[in-house]
Design a protein around this ligand. Structure first.
Ligand SMILES: C[S@@+](CC[C@H](N)C(=O)[O-])C[C@H]1O[C@@H](n2cnc3c(N)ncnc32)[C@H](O)[C@@H]1O
Length: 399
């Protein structure tokens, strides 16, 4: 059965952008089935989860099942119904690099405004949760989105008390045998069982931490958007690598990729090296201290099939940057070191400034643009193509 992408989240702001893929985002009627799985990811990456899951199924000789992105209008969620038993699908799903958590959905229900906690309690007192019968312990975790006059901890407390009352099992916050999720999105409550102990995106043991570090899910997605897949060959560059998340993901994606990273700051370079060494992939990577304005002084023309960058946003770090000239340098330098037909993928916060820089430079072609949630912000990801042939001077006139 081919994968069906029924629905996806999209930023309404992007609909007016030329060259942007957007899709409807209606809510989908869906009767929860025993074999359903919920994946959580960063809003904006739902389609990447679907594609990665479909590829994993295909590689394992399994059908892909049916995937619904943003079910019930929930950004950052993907619901999968698969014909195979969960014992077959779960090990595959646990290896996905684009997801945070894996949940087994139990029920989705509306809760009336002003009476949410009472409605959640009533539902938990009546909803059958066979996993809790005789379970050594459990805990409840809540993610809450929207305006409510109570906190996530209030939901956890009320739901936990209802489940103790119903099943008489003890709570263990540290190592629960059953992890119940009671997530609240406005007036919609999603009841599920969490399969993952901790977020799969926390897969890198970091010696060096950076406040600006990407989530591994986002780094994986940027590499995919650059066209890199498992077993990809050639060379990839992150010209402002920080703690090295993109380098770690690239090295894990394919042992055949030659991975290069640069950063202007010596502590970031040392930190990225330490993180790569801890992950056992330093031998596959070269990290050097370099200002990205000078890439062409170190790397020969056409060295990379992809340049993937997460430059400073100017929110937490980099406030002193002059963004128009910084972006211009990033575009010019990437153009020089990219091979013909290569891709530049950049995640930026200052979209307008970057668009003006792309238009002014004029040589890249915009292939794709999307917004992705990262650290509570919605930066934009640009996928730019370096055409194999130089544009004619007449094509550039007026840019
Ligand atoms: C948003 S952080 C990158 C975070 C990284 N993706 C990670 O996961 O840790 C941006 C990085 O750009 C670096 N940077 C700023 N200006 C630069 C320049 N001119 N050349 C190279 N790197 C630069 C900063 O030192 C910082 O580490």
């Amino acid at each position: 059965m081919p994968v069906q992408q029924v629905d996806t989240w999209s930023d309404p702001d992007l609909r007016s952008q030329p060259g942007v893929t957007t899709v409807r985002a209606p809510s989908v009627p869906w009767e929860m089935g025993a074999g359903d799985l919920f994946f959580t990811t960063n809003p904006g990456l739902e389609d990447i989860v679907v594609a990665e899951f479909a590829e994993s199924c295909q590689a394992a000789g399994l059908p892909a099942g049916v995937a619904v992105t943003a079910p019930f209008g929930l950004a950052g969620h993907v619901l999968v119904r698969h014909p195979e038993a969960q014992s077959v699908v779960l090990p595959l799903a646990m290896r996905l690099r684009s997801i945070h958590h894996l949940l087994r959905p139990v029920a989705g229900f509306g809760v009336p405004a002003g009476d949410e906690l009472a409605a959640i309690r009533a539902r938990l007192l009546s909803e059958p949760l066979p996993d809790l019968v005789g379970a050594p312990s459990f805990r409840v975790t809540t993610r809450r989105v929207g305006r409510h006059d109570f906190t996530s901890m209030d939901v956890e407390r009320v739901a936990g008390a209802a489940l103790v009352e119903h099943y008489g099992r003890p709570v263990n916050l540290e190592r629960p045998a059953v992890h119940v999720r009671v997530d609240l999105f406005g007036g919609f409550c999603l009841l599920s069982l969490q399969v993952t102990d901790r977020a799969l995106s926390q897969r890198h043991h970091r010696i060096y931490q950076s406040r600006a570090a990407l989530k591994a899910t986002v780094a994986y997605a940027l590499l995919r958007l650059a066209g890199l897949r498992p077993d990809a060959e050639g060379a990839v560059l992150d010209p402002c690598c920080g703690s090295g998340t993109l380098l770690l993901e690239a090295a894990h994606l394919s042992g055949r990729l030659r991975v290069h990273g640069c950063d202007i700051h010596a502590d970031a370079v040392a930190g990225a090296r330490a993180n790569l060494e801890a992950a056992g992939c330093l031998a596959q990577c070269q990290v050097r201290q370099l200002d990205l304005r000078c890439l062409d002084q170190v790397f020969a023309a056409g060295s990379f099939r992809a340049v993937v960058a997460n430059p400073p946003y100017g929110v937490k770090v980099g406030q002193t940057l002059h963004f128009p000239s910084f972006y211009r340098a990033l575009l010019e330098q990437s153009w020089r070191v990219l091979e013909p037909d290569g891709r530049l993928v950049v995640m930026v916060w200052r979209r307008g400034v970057f668009v003006r820089a792309v238009n002014h430079f004029g040589r890249f072609r915009l292939q794709h643009l999307r917004a992705v949630e990262a650290g509570g912000l919605f930066p934009h990801v640009f996928v730019l193509h370096r055409p194999a042939t130089e544009p004619l001077a007449s094509d550039l006139a007026g840019t």
